[in-house]
Design a protein around this ligand. Structure first.
Ligand code: FES
Length: 102
C-alpha cells in the first residue's frame, strides 16, 4: 500500500495503525481480521500462519506476547489459557516474579 492508502485505512480503523509485529509490519487490525474470519483461530501458531507475526527476524520474541494478549481479549479468556499450537501446548506456565513471596 502507498502511504496515502495506509493513512486512509488507519483513519477508518485505528487498529491498522497499531503495529504489533515490527519485523513483519503486522498491525493489530490485520490480526483482528484473522480472528474475525470464518475459519476459527484457536492458537498462537494459527495467527502466525495466517498473518505472519512471529515470522520475522526476532522470531516472535517481541510480538508473541502482544499477539497472545490480543487473542485472549478477543476470546474473553486469560492470557495464560492461550496455547501455541494445540490444547496441550501451553505458552505460559506460571508467575516468575512475585509468586514466591510467602
Ligand atoms: S516483532 Fe514479530 S517477528 Fe519480530
Amino acid at each position: 500500500m502507498s502511504a496515502e492508502e495506509r493513512d486512509k485505512l488507519i483513519k477508518q480503523n485505528p487498529a491498522y495503525g497499531e503495529i504489533v509485529c515490527r519485523c513483519e509490519e503486522i498491525s493489530k487490525g490485520e490480526i483482528l481480521d484473522a480472528l474475525n474470519s470464518p475459519i476459527p483461530v484457536y492458537a498462537l501458531d494459527a495467527i502466525k500462519r495466517r498473518v505472519r507475526p512471529g515470522m520475522g527476524r526476532c522470531q516472535g520474541g517481541f510480538c508473541s506476547p502482544l499477539v497472545m494478549k490480543i487473542l485472549a481479549e478477543h476470546k474473553g479468556v486469560k492470557v495464560e489459557e492461550i496455547t501455541k499450537a494445540n490444547q496441550q501446548s501451553k505458552v505460559l506456565l506460571g508467575d516468575t516474579k512475585g509468586a514466591q513471596e510467602r
